[in-house]
Design a protein around this ligand. Structure first.
Ligand code: SAM
Length: 273
């Protein structure tokens, strides 16, 4: 599909123009003829065309009405392809995917300006998916697969790492897109786990502990968690001792297991209260 209109920067429109990269993304998705696929932001359809040829079913969600209309025209008459003219952050995704729980694969070159909220949306809806293959800004992708102690390690590493096996597939240079983005990109694949990697007690408490621990990178864990008001300071000190975690450490030094232990103990404290 071609479109004469200039790409819209505010919609993160950096279209893939490198056939080799398109083929590599398709390879990572491990598509079988009976697969159902969701593509977020099909744009001018560079990936869409390849996806539509390989799967039993393809749903694409595009926010740009002009591009959505062009895709609707292009795939009119192809009953396997559905074009949704909408915002991936706002549509009722469960209703779109509802009739095939656990059966969907997601493939997307994401609009970078909304990649974090999209990741959290996909995390929420993880029960629908068997695999995700996402192109992200390199910096965002590096954070996902970072190890404890690295500067990149943080909230997304832990919250997504609890529910997904994530693998950095390959780096993509700016020249593979039109227009060229300012930064490198990376393709990351995600396989949802049947249950969380570790028991965290309440997931809401786990989210608050993790977000609290990274809210002020220069402060100690104890001060960060105190500011997050997860427990009274005395109780917080006691729980850190029980977990064998030094409150003077920084959040980025804690492993997922240590965060989980803290979360379980804080959950226990709340349940008793
Ligand atoms: N898949 C195409 C490709 O690889 O060439 C386009 C990728 S481009 C990086 C991102 C696409 O996402 C654009 O077509 C943009 O219009 C679309 N988009 C931006 N925000 C969106 C949203 N909230 N929901 C759905 N699509 C969105």
């Amino acid at each position: 599909m071609s479109s004469l209109r200039a790409p819209i920067k505010s919609l993160g429109q950096n279209f893939l123009v490198d056939r080799n990269i398109i083929d590599k993304i398709i390879g990572c998705a491990q598509i079988r003829p009976d697969d159902a696929l969701l593509e977020i932001g099909p744009g001018r359809g560079a990936l869409t065309e390849q996806l539509a040829q390989r799967a039993a079913r393809l749903v694409v969600v595009e926010y740009d009405h002009v591009l959505a209309r062009a895709l609707t025209e292009q795939y009119r008459g192809n009953p396997r392809v559905t074009v949704v003219d909408g915002d991936i952050l706002a549509i009722d995704l469960a209703a779109v995917l509802g009739d095939l729980p656990g059966g969907w694969k997601v493939v997307a070159n994401l609009p970078y300006n909304i990649s974090s909220p999209v990741l959290f949306r996909l995390l929420e809806q993880r029960a629908h998916f068997s695999r995700l293959v996402l192109m992200l800004q390199k910096e965002v992708g590096e954070r996902l697969v970072a190890s404890a102690g690295c500067a990149d390690y943080g909230v997304t590493t832990l919250l997504l790492g609890l529910w997904f096996d994530m693998r950095r597939e390959f780096i993509v240079a700016p020249g593979c897109f039109h227009p060229r983005p300012k930064v490198d990109s990376v393709v990351v694949s995600f396989v949802p786990l049947p249950k969380p990697r570790v028991d965290v007690g309440s997931e809401e408490v786990f989210r608050r502990v993790v977000k609290g621990a990274f809210a002020m990178r220069r402060k100690t864990l104890f001060n960060c968690l105190k500011a997050a008001e997860l427990a009274a300071p005395d109780e917080l000190g006691r729980l850190l001792d029980v977990c064998g975690i030094d409150g003077q450490r920084r959040g980025e030094t804690l492993s997922l297991e240590e965060f989980a232990s803290l979360s379980r103990h804080l959950t226990g404290g709340r349940e008793k209260a």
